[in-house]
Ligand binder design. Structure first.
Ligand code: SAM
Ligand code: ZN
Length: 342
C-alpha cells in the first residue's frame, strides 16, 4: 500500500517524540489535513488488539499507543499500518488538530490556523486508568504531564491534591515538569530592593523572583547589582533570567512605577501594616523591601500606598530579609495570578 500523503504536511523529526507531522504551508482552521486510514476491524478484534498493546506498554511505555479509532457501532479502524502517515502525528495537551469522523472516514482537521513549520498535534484522548504509564512531553505551557483525554484533567488535578506521594522525582523529571511553567507569562509584580546591604541577600531575591515568575527587580541605592560574585553565589544563574535595573534614586523608580498603575506596598512593620496572608492582589503590585537594619528609606515610606508585615510568633522580631522577601513575593504573585485567572 502506498503511504498516504497530503499537500499540507511533511514528516520530520519532532522534539515531542521521534517523528512527527509538520505543516508544509499555512493551514487555515477547519481544513481536513489528512485522512487517518487503516485496517477496518470488528469491535471484538479491536478489543483483542487493544489488550495486546496495553500488555506491551506495561513493560515499555515508549512502545506504540492504541491506534484504534471508532468508525461506527460495528467497526473500528486500526491505524497502526505503515501506509497511514497520520499515525505519526504526536499528542499535545494544547492540540492544533482533532480527529473527526466524517461520513465513515476519519479526518485530522485543523482546530486553528496553523503556520508553516508548526508541528501538527491532536489529543490522543487516553483513558484515566493507566495515565501514569504515559508521561507527556508535548512541551506546551498547558501540558498536564500525561497523555490524557481532556475530560479526565480535573480528576488528575484532584488526585494530585489528595494523594500522598509515592516517590521523589528524578532531576530529569523535575526539569521536564518545570517546562510547563517556563513559558508562562510573567506576573505583573515588581520587586524594589531599597538599600540592601548584603549582596548574598540580593542574589537570593533574584532566585525568588525567578521562581515566582515576577516581572522585574529594581536595585536601588547601595544595593549591589550584577556582575557581582556574591550575587552569583546565591542567585545561581537567576541574575541572568530575571529582568533588572539599577537606579541610585529609589524615589524616581517608585514614582515611575506608580504612574504605570502599580500599587506600591512596603514589606515593613509600621503602625498600619496588615498581615501579608490577608492580602488579595487585584492590580499590579510593586513590593519594596528595605535595608537589613534600617528598613525601607524615608522617601520610599512616603511614596508607598500601604505596608504589609509577616507576623512573628517566636522570640525574634523579624525574619532575614531574603526569607521575608520570598514569603511575600510568593504570596503576592500567587494571589495576583489567581485574580487574573478569575
Ligand atoms: C502514534 S505514535 C506517534 C508518532 C511517533 N512520534 C513516531 O515517530 O512513531 C504514538 C507514540 O508517540 C509517542 N508520543 C506521541 N506524543 C507524545 C507526547 N506528547 N509525549 C510523549 N510521547 C508521545 C508515544 O510513545 C506514543 O505511544
Ligand atoms: Zn502535554
Amino acid at each position: 500500500m502506498k503511504k498516504t500523503a497530503s499537500p499540507y504536511i511533511t514528516v520530520k523529526q519532532s522534539s515531542i517524540h521521534s517523528n512527527g507531522v509538520f505543516a508544509k504551508k499555512n493551514i487555515p482552521a477547519g481544513t481536513r489535513v489528512i485522512e487517518y486510514v487503516g485496517e477496518k476491524i470488528t469491535k471484538a478484534e479491536s478489543d483483542r488488539r487493544a489488550e495486546v498493546v496495553l500488555n506491551v506498554n506495561k513493560t515499555d511505555n515508549t512502545k506504540g499507543a492504541v491506534y484504534i479509532f471508532t468508525l461506527n457501532k460495528r467497526y473500528d479502524i486500526d491505524g497502526n499500518v505503515s501506509y497511514n502517515t497520520a499515525r505519526l502525528i504526536n499528542h499535545s495537551c494544547s492540540p492544533n488538530c482533532e480527529a473527526q469522523l466524517v461520513r465513515g472516514h476519519i479526518w485530522i482537521v485543523a482546530l486553528k490556523d496553523i503556520q508553516r513549520g508548526e508541528e501538527l498535534t491532536y489529543n490522543y484522548g487516553y483513558d484515566f486508568d493507566s495515565y501514569e504509564e504515559h508521561p507527556c512531553r508535548c512541551g506546551s505551557p498547558d501540558c498536564v504531564g500525561y497523555i490524557l483525554a481532556e475530560e479526565h484533567w480535573p480528576k488528575l488535578k484532584a488526585r494530585h491534591l489528595t494523594h500522598r506521594p509515592k516517590r521523589k522525582l528524578s532531576h530529569e523529571e523535575i526539569v521536564r515538569h518545570q517546562e510547563k511553567f517556563r513559558r508562562k507569562p510573567k506576573v505583573p509584580v515588581i520587586l524594589v530592593l531599597d538599600n540592601i546591604r548584603s549582596a548574598h541577600n540580593v542574589g537570593a531575591a533574584f532566585r525568588t523572583a525567578d521562581g515566582a515568575g515576577i516581572e522585574k527587580i529594581y536595585l536601588c541605592g547601595i544595593t549591589a547589582y550584577p556582575p557581582n560574585s556574591q550575587i552569583d553565589k546565591t542567585a545561581l544563574g537567576a541574575q541572568c533570567s530575571v529582568a533588572w535595573e539599577y537606579h541610585n534614586n529609589v524615589a524616581d523608580v517608585l514614582k515611575d512605577i506608580k504612574a504605570r498603575g502599580y500599587q506600591v506596598i512596603l514589606l515593613e512593620q509600621t503602625d498600619a501594616s496588615f498581615d501579608y496572608a490577608d492580602f488579595e492582589a487585584k492590580q499590579p503590585v510593586c513590593l519594596v523591601v528595605g535595608n537589613e537594619i534600617e528598613g525601607v528609606s524615608e522617601i520610599a515610606f512616603h511614596l508607598a500606598d500601604r505596608a504589609m508585615e509577616i507576623p512573628m510568633f517566636g522570640e525574634k522580631n523579624s525574619l532575614n530579609v531574603s526569607v521575608a522577601c520570598g514569603v511575600a513575593v510568593y504570596h503576592i504573585s500567587h494571589s495576583l495570578r489567581t485574580h487574573l485567572r478569575s
